[in-house]
Design a protein around this ligand. Structure first.
Ligand code: GLN
Length: 450
């Protein structure tokens, strides 16, 4: 903890990965743990691990802001289930990491507290929305971190920062205490330095939780065991033609194709496959995610949580002023888009249609997974972009999520891991997608490759 505290002191002024730091209490807890564990060697995987948590995960007694003015002073009275599980294992919390406000964005530039920076190049974004978590791991400001992924928010920042990010199957990890963005898509997962850390951390947080009705009652395998094989023999690996189309940066394409060659050398059978609905994924996502967000964010009305506007003459003005002052421009844009998509007269044309196409996307994946065990793609079309480059063009920003979004729509697990560098010296990520609840196969392939 001391080493990490020192490191945070050195680099945090430049990287700005954290919204809230609790280094002192981590140190006190570590000392207490040292006294408690003296001579006792049998600890649990996360015992004593200095971790960082994305600031949309509720932590009892520690502010949970979602990088929004709306929740700037919100201190949850309870822990998210993932946090409670880590606490049972005596993990150590170093702090809460920056994100795009309410996890809406791909660069952390939508944070009400200012952007985080990419440790590889401080002029570039770390990605988002779990940009603070990825930057903290990449800059050695923690051992590992948790993020959340609704449309790529774990994998894209992991790729931009040259670390490992795993989005579990929908339902694998409890969402209880994760501040909801789009409930049918959100999943919590690890951001780590390597694949074995991701396996450890997933094992620590996964499993059924009665407090989340969408959490799945499916046994959690020993993920560390999955790492023993160190090859991909007998695995069929699909390459979707649609993911290697125009618009992919040549450096990214080259690095991913080289990774595919390596998977072949490790014993994998490479097959070309088709996922024809890929081009609809971004449109479907931005209808469904904004629709769900508009409903989830209705609770921030100045009455129960967080900010309450002052000097309002009646209840309606209290609602209006609170939301006007509390939400940033991207959140407002999404609430409006989502409310429109759900409004009577437009519901069938937008929300209903998007749900129908979501089913087609799921069917595409189901058909592909009858032929192959894993699917490999780039994580992003380009390496990390410059701060400010896309921030006034929301559509450009949305399109950068093209390779990660369909995975959330289909509820599948996927991992992002480093597979090389661009000519501009920025990390490039490889995405491996698996069948539902087969994180072990994902981890095995990723570990064999890394
Ligand atoms: N970048 C996507 C968005 O802006 C995904 C965000 C996420 O996964 N939380 O919605």
């Amino acid at each position: 903890v001391r080493a990490y505290a020192l490191r945070i002191g050195q680099v945090e002024p430049k990287v700005k990965a954290y919204v809230t730091q609790v280094r002192d209490s981590a140190l006190a807890q570590a000392e207490a743990l040292d006294r408690k564990l003296k001579g006792w060697r049998k600890t649990q995987p996360m015992t004593g691990m200095p971790l960082a948590l994305k600031d949309n995960l509720c932590t009892e007694g520690v502010p949970t802001t979602c990088s929004s003015r709306m929740l700037q002073h919100f201190v949850p009275p309870y822990d998210a289930t993932v946090v409670a599980r880590l606490r049972q294992q005596d993990y150590l919390l170093l702090g809460k990491t920056n994100l795009d406000e309410f996890a809406m964005g791909s660069s952390t530039e939508n944070s009400a507290f200012g952007p985080s920076r990419n440790p590889w190049n401080l002029h570039c974004v770390p990605g988002g929305s779990s940009g603070g978590s990825a930057a903290a791991v990449a800059a050695d400001e923690c051992v590992a971190a948790l993020g959340s992924d609704t449309g790529g928010s774990i994998r894209q920042p992991a790729a931009f920062c040259g670390v490992v990010g795993l989005k579990p199957t929908y339902g694998r990890v409890s969402r209880y205490g994760l501040v909801a963005f789009a409930s049918s898509l959100d999943q919590i997962g690890p951001i780590t330095k390597d694949v074995s850390d991701a396996a450890f951390l997933l094992g620590a947080i996964a499993g059924h939780d009665p407090l989340d009705s969408t959490s799945a009652d499916v046994p959690v395998p020993d993920y560390m065991k999955a790492l023993k094989k160190k090859d991909v023999k007998k695995l069929k690996i699909g390459m979707p033609r649609e993911f290697f189309a125009e618009g992919v940066d040549p450096d990214v394409e080259q690095a991913v194709l080289a990774a595919v060659d390596e998977l072949k050398a490790l014993g994998g059978e490479i097959k070309e496959i088709q996922l024809p609905t890929t081009d609809a994924a971004v449109a479907v996502y931005y209808v469904l995610a904004t629709a769900e967000a508009s409903s989830n964010l209705a609770r921030y009305d100045g009455v129960k949580f967080g900010l309450r506007a002052k000097e309002t003459k009646d209840l309606l003005e209290l609602y209006m002023k609170t939301r006007q002052e509390g939400f940033g421009p991207e959140v407002k844009r999404r609430i409006m888009l989502g409310t429109y998509a759900l409004s009577s007269g437009y519901y069938d044309a937008y929300y209903g249609k998007a749900q129908a196409v979501r089913t087609l996307i799921c069917q595409d994946f189901a058909a592909a997974f009858r032929d192959v065990d894993l699917i490999v793609t780039p994580v992003t079309p380009t390496p990390a972009f410059k701060l400010g480059e896309k921030s006034d063009d929301p559509l450009q920003m949305y399109l950068s999520d093209i390779f990660t979004i369909s995975v959330n729509l289909a509820g599948l697990p996927a991992i992002a891991l480093p597979c090389g560098f661009s000519t501009t010296n920025l990390p490039i990520g490889l995405q491996i997608i698996g069948r539902a609840f087969e994180e072990d196969t994902l981890l095995r392939a990723a570990h064999a490759y890394e």
